[in-house]
Design a protein around this ligand. Sequence first.
Ligand SMILES: *[C@@H]1O[C@H](CO)[C@@H](O)[C@H](O)[C@H]1NC(C)=O
Ligand SMILES: *[C@@H]1O[C@H](CO)[C@@H](O)[C@H](O)[C@H]1NC(C)=O
Ligand SMILES: *[C@@H]1O[C@H](CO)[C@@H](O)[C@H](O)[C@H]1NC(C)=O
Ligand SMILES: *[C@@H]1O[C@H](CO)[C@@H](O)[C@H](O)[C@H]1NC(C)=O
Ligand SMILES: *[C@@H]1O[C@H](CO)[C@@H](O)[C@H](O)[C@H]1NC(C)=O
Ligand SMILES: *[C@@H]1O[C@H](CO)[C@@H](O)[C@H](O)[C@H]1NC(C)=O
Ligand SMILES: *[C@@H]1O[C@H](CO)[C@@H](O)[C@H](O)[C@H]1NC(C)=O
Ligand SMILES: *[C@@H]1O[C@H](CO)[C@@H](O)[C@H](O)[C@H]1NC(C)=O
Length: 325
Amino acid sequence: MRTMMIWSLCLIISLSNRILVIASSSRHLCRPYQKDALLEFKNEFHYNVMAGKTESWRNNTDCCSWKGISCDPKTGNVVELDLQDSFLNGPLRSNSSLFRLQHLHTLDLGLNNLTGILPASISNLKYLRNLTLYSCNLFGKIPSSLGNLSYLTDLDLSVNDFNGELPGSVGYLNRLTELRLVSANLSGKFPLVLLNLSELTWIDLRSNKFEGMLPSNMSSLSKLIYFEISGNSFSGSVPLSLFMIPTLVDLDLGRNDFTGPLEIGDISSPSKLRVLYLGENNFNGPVPRSLSKLVSLVSLDLSFWNTRRGKVDFTIFLHLKSLRD
Ligand SMILES: *[C@@H]1O[C@H](CO)[C@@H](O)[C@H](O)[C@H]1NC(C)=O
Ligand SMILES: *[C@@H]1O[C@H](CO)[C@@H](O)[C@H](O)[C@H]1NC(C)=O
Ligand SMILES: *[C@@H]1O[C@H](CO)[C@@H](O)[C@H](O)[C@H]1NC(C)=O
Ligand SMILES: *[C@@H]1O[C@H](CO)[C@@H](O)[C@H](O)[C@H]1NC(C)=O
Ligand SMILES: *[C@@H]1O[C@H](CO)[C@@H](O)[C@H](O)[C@H]1NC(C)=O
Ligand SMILES: *[C@@H]1O[C@H](CO)[C@@H](O)[C@H](O)[C@H]1NC(C)=O
Ligand SMILES: *[C@@H]1O[C@H](CO)[C@@H](O)[C@H](O)[C@H]1NC(C)=O
Ligand SMILES: *[C@@H]1O[C@H](CO)[C@@H](O)[C@H](O)[C@H]1NC(C)=O
């Protein structure tokens, strides 16, 4: 009798759990005001080819089931909008309905034709963690309001035609781990505010118009794995502190105006560096012996190094057992 009671109690508990689960999943119909914002956002653009994700967006269906949308399973709020390569044509207006989707944490509008500026009101989406506006035909200044997106971990503004410098307010994004600004027509000195962002693992500034020297104190970027700045006009010597970052795997400094003999310093802990591109700069002097300590190297580019007619000591490379290129 006793066990029977316990069993039926268990049954009731497990059944009611299941009912709760069913009830909560049926609550995931999207909120009407968020659905309206999405439909209005869709209509802000014109479409040359109607084959994008927004084609499945209809007023009489649950927006959480639409292509490119994810809702939070607990609250039902729209938290993710992924409209990469969705044939959006037209500018992102500062009063866009997009900015009413206050709960978004991921926004990907990459590979669309948003010919226009990136409006300052992007910072209304204050819970954004991932922002991807890769290849969107954006121009004008990058708005300093970006610095207000304090939850941002991933920012990709690559392949756009911006004007001027990276705003200093980026220095407030202290959760940022990945920063991609490839081919974004950015100029100015290396943004010193990046030294403030100690969570950064990835900095990609390739193919811009940056110039001047790298700062000497780069060791605050203590989690950096990828540092890629090729195709700019950086000059001066490469700071020793860069080689001291123990996490570094990929260092691409090619096609700049770096000069002088290269100092790598005393590397005590085993280096993780796998890729080292130094080609097409103005390095000169002997190839440094300490290169032989970079025992994980797989790919090394020293092209256009001016050895000043000195002989290269090829025994340096004998220690590099993983080297392929
Ligand atoms: C969606 O439908 C509702 C109810 O029929 C209507 O009030 C709302 O304006 C519609 N939204 C859009 C964007 O058409
Ligand atoms: C948004 O701004 C544009 C001009 O930039 C204007 O034509 C449009 O009516 C505005 N939309 C709303 C909903 O205020
Ligand atoms: C992108 O938009 C601009 C301005 O609206 C237009 O002139 C251009 O043709 C568009 N490009 C493509 C590839 O659709
Ligand atoms: C956001 O960025 C992180 C870090 O790169 C990545 O792991 C994650 O998949 C991204 N989230 C989305 C939804 O794209
Ligand atoms: C950023 O946020 C601060 C404080 O909330 C506000 O005063 C400022 O106007 C915002 N800046 C921009 C550019 O949106
Ligand atoms: C690139 O930036 C420069 C200023 O540094 C500006 O004069 C030029 O118009 C920009 N190019 C494009 C294609 O926007
Ligand atoms: C650096 O980050 C801290 C918070 O982590 C912030 O208080 C400070 O203003 C930032 N400095 C710059 C120059 O951005
Ligand atoms: C790093 O060096 C730059 C000059 O190269 C200096 O302006 C900056 O204050 C230094 N930052 C830290 C954190 O030491």
